[in-house]
Ligand binder design. Sequence first.
Ligand SMILES: Cc1ncc(COP(=O)(O)O)c(C=O)c1O
Length: 473
Amino acid sequence: MNEELLRYEKLAGELAGMIAGGVLGHGDRLPSVRRLAKERRLSVSTVVQALRQLEDRGLVEARPQSGFFVRHAAARHAEPLARPTPEAPMPVDISQRLVRVLQAGMRPGVAPLAAALPASELLPLAALHRLYAGVARRHPALLASGSHVDINEPALVRQLVRRSLAWGGPLTADEFVITNSCTEALGLCLRAVTKPGDTVAVESPAYYLMLQLLETLGLKALEIPTDPRTGMSVEALELASRQGGIAACLIVSNGSNPLGCVMPDDRKRQLASLTAARGIAVIEDDIYGDLHLGNERPWPIKAFDQTGNVMLCASFSKSLTPSLRIGFVAAGRYRSAIALQKTLTSGATNPITQHVLAEYLELGAYERHLRGLRRAYGQQVEAMRQAIARHFPAATRITQPQAGYVLWVELPESIDTIRLYDRAIGENVAYVPGELFSPSGMYRNCLRLNCGNPHTPEIEDAVRRLGIIFAAP
Ligand SMILES: Cc1ncc(COP(=O)(O)O)c(C=O)c1O
């Protein structure tokens, strides 16, 4: 047993040495398992164990049917670890700091590494312009239609139902409510299933706009530890909900913002049944589901929902353009409560834009566009990881997102990203300080970076300037 252990550790050490010494460079294919076994006179299982150890250390990656390859230097940076969170729910108070941070990040000349926005050149704007002109000409009556009750354009709902085949669906047309953006959808869901003072379980770290929604609705947030690979801990949610008292769970299961993790299906299934059993309404945000960086479009938690307890929200802000302001919720058994909230808050969503989107989806161009966009986001994320590895302090940890296009970066403990924010803005670089992703103010040594833009020399230089600030805080 010990000898076996020594053998695979020895082989792993030798291969690691070759990688460190540059004999095996990034992207190189390692000799096959069979060849290594034959040449080193080891059993196949010993070789596999050695390679798995290198994989766990982030030095190599397995590619299906192709073997093991040396990973990029940045990939060798450790990923952040899930952190323990406070046990009690707490009120949220981040809005004022958040607005200041985001406004400073939008100033002209500031490198766009804060808000998670895509570069306009990645978006199919010309096709959308043409469709706007065509729809306005062909459907003049739409301009005169205005309703607080008939919220959905059936043509768009038809397209969403078709798309829902890929979400483990299909969903039924009468579940949908079309909204002005994903943010509106999330707000409507929260209004429908909570009242001020209630507790909502959130990921930790959580997307700051979700926290802001809780703040404005007078809700308390309960941070649930979240693993940068596998998402919200279902075990922790189970423990936290034993005594009841959690009204809803707000979650981004595919491409969590900021961690980029995708929950494995079995965790999604567990979460769906736990929440159904404990009377916790699930508000799921699947805005990054179409922007997965792996081979398959991951299913949402909604795919495992047996009781209509999951409200699935999304929009086309990240995949087509944020200006459309079209989102939706597939609302399960909460549909009528959500439709009522929509009627009370904003009435129907712009019918022209709903038609434009319906026609765009009908054209069949969306899938092709998504393929190109996912490739671009994947490359941009990787280029940013490399740049961080080049310029940030050695002990920095970086996520390896499985969907979306933001990176979460953990710096050494002594670095306070909120305190250094003004210095970064002074250097014309923005980011979102980690503290704004937590109601209890965790993550002061973390930050989120947007990789929505092609990695130009200007972006590289912005990362370099940040590195200088973090090197001498
Ligand atoms: C997880 C998540 N949900 C919602 C939004 C906002 O979407 P929308 O512009 O449709 O409101 C964002 C934007 O960053 C996001 O990251």
